[in-house]
Design a protein around this ligand. Structure first.
Ligand code: 7PM
Length: 281
């Protein structure tokens, strides 16, 4: 399946104009920053999924490894324990696309076996074995850009040209994927807001997201509740909704295909309002 086929709505409602798909974040790590502890248990996670579906989510993103700046690494065994039972339960209970946020080949392989619809890798398949696992499957994969590693990436981000450097990274990774047997049509690109970028670099990327459209692949934008909003506005994580919605709209206006968010209901509303204006442009 190509990423575009994956993203195509099966039967668009008559009044529903095209809008990006909303990816709802389901964090299952105990230390996840925004929903910390709140959805830690299995039942609460499933209840959160049910709520997001009722709020209009298109894809559920399950993250088992905290990628927070400064985070420590999690073992594959721990990640598998957190992610796979939840994936199985979601697939058994609901009809919804599920994305697995992982950088580990073993987790990718198990996730694909148990019905994951997309692999979301903040390390863009650079870890050992990941290319081979994806090549043996046909699921779409999101390649995210990150400068440095979570532990230290926010220390001193540097680019010659933030758009140009990230675009070159995408071109290189697309080529590596194709050589490994992963068709270009399966790829989704994500500039990785907050992953080794200053506040100014994050906003330049957001303003110029459209410059990645010439690569001809779907774009994913993930800014929800991030420091680029909190630091600009001096807001705590639970006070970043207005900022997050604004960034979602700015990304959608530049043809982003997937918007990754915590606040599904509000984002779907905002995107519906935007979509209603698109036909008159
Ligand atoms: C703590 C801090 C926990 C930051 C989690 C995060 C992205 C992602 C994440 C993204 C894609 C978050 C991040 N961010 N995957 N995973 N794109 N594709 O804010 O921007 O959710 S983790």
């Amino acid at each position: 399946m190509t990423a575009d086929q994956f993203l195509a709505k099966q039967m668009p409602q008559q009044q529903e104009i095209s809008r990006p798909q909303v990816m709802g974040i389901l964090n299952v790590t105990p230390d996840s920053f925004s929903d910390g502890g709140k959805f830690a248990s299995f039942d609460k996670a499933l209840a959160h999924v049910a709520q997001m579906i009722s709020d209009g989510v298109d894809i559920i993103d399950i993250g088992g490894e905290s990628t927070r700046p400064g985070a420590v690494e999690v073992s594959a065994a721990d990640e598998l324990k957190r992610v796979i039972p939840l994936l199985k339960a979601i697939k058994a209970t609901f009809t919804i696309k599920v994305s697995i946020d992982t950088s580990k080949a073993a987790v990718m392989a198990q996730a694909i076996t148990h019905g994951a619809d997309i692999i979301n890798d903040v390390r863009a398949l650079q870890n050992d074995g990941c290319l081979a696992v994806l090549a043996a499957s046909d699921v779409p994969v999101c390649l995210m850009h990150m400068q440095g590693l979570p532990r230290s990436m926010q220390k001193n981000p540097h680019y010659n040209d933030v758009i140009g450097d990230i675009k070159q990274f995408f071109i290189d990774r697309i080529s590596v994927c194709e050589q490994a047997g992963i068709k270009r049509e399966r790829l989704i690109l994500d500039p990785g807001f907050g992953f080794g970028k200053t506040l100014e670099q994050n906003y330049q990327l957001l303003a110029q997201l459209h410059k990645f459209n010439d690569l001809g692949l779907p774009l994913l934008s993930g800014t929800s509740r991030k420091s680029m909003i909190g630091d600009l506005l001096a807001r705590n994580v639970d006070e970043r909704l207005a900022g997050s919605l604004t960034t979602a709209i700015i990304a959608a206006q530049q043809n982003a295909s997937i918007i990754r968010v915590h606040d599904v209901k509000e984002t779907v509303d905002a995107l519906k309002v935007l979509a209603m204006t698109v036909k008159y442009q």
